[in-house]
Design a protein around this ligand. Structure first.
Ligand SMILES: [Zn+2]
Length: 205
């Protein structure tokens, strides 16, 4: 069968707090839809043939000379390979400096009573295991749809989202990729509008 770039290869809903591991072939387009608005989608990208060649927030920011991600942003790896490019974006701005939530960071920020709460880090480890991705490979992530403004003095704050129901972002893979996604379960700050909700993943390849 001849597969063209317009074949719908993926159409699935990721429930609030759940995750996914998606293999996107070079040239494939992956769209993440914020179905209900203001939902942070923590995402890691890896070279599917070498998981140690992974997304680097530092290198991406330096290469594009901008802190936020949107259309045209080249997502580069720790080896400066282009992993993907953001090719469509109806939200307009995405964070890559705020990091992903973990049980440990929840305890530090919100107190001991939050230690039992599910966090992105557990989702990354659960779904990443299928591709051999373990703690060593969990580093910088992108927070699609998350609003982390940088203050004039260089500070970071988690604000209510810029996103709204139906807004989407699309990446086009520059090489064979793993996209490791955590549909963030955080309920202690406004990154998910205090109410985590489902997202949709669409793929064409
Ligand atoms: Zn999270």
């Amino acid at each position: 069968m001849t597969v063209t770039a317009t074949t719908v290869a993926l159409d699935s809903v990721v429930e609030a707090g759940d995750g996914a591991l998606v293999t996107v072939p070079a040239g494939g387009r992956l769209q993440i839809v914020d179905l209900y608005g203001n939902q942070a989608v923590d995402t890691l990208f890896y070279d599917a043939h070498d998981i140690d060649n992974r997304y680097s927030a530092f290198d991406t920011i330096r290469e594009q000379r901008a802190v936020f991600l949107t259309i045209g942003s080249r997502l580069v790896s720790t080896r400066l390979d282009e992993l993907a490019v953001i090719t469509d974006d109806t939200c307009g701005r995405h964070d890559t400096v705020g990091g992903a939530c973990s049980q440990e960071s929840n305890v530090i920020r919100y107190g001991e009573s939050t230690r039992h709460q599910h966090a992105c880090r557990q989702t990354f480890l659960r779904y990443g295991a299928k591709a051999g991705i373990g703690q060593r490979q969990l580093t910088h992530n992108i927070n699609f749809f998350m609003n982390v403004p940088v203050t004039p003095s260089g500070g970071l704050t988690f604000e209510d989202g810029l996103s709204a129901p139906g807004k989407y972002v699309e990446i086009t893979a520059s090489r064979d990729l793993f996209a490791l996604i955590s549909n963030c379960p955080q309920v202690n700050n406004p990154c998910n509008g205090w109410n985590p909700t489902p997202i949709q993943l669409l793929g064409w390849w």
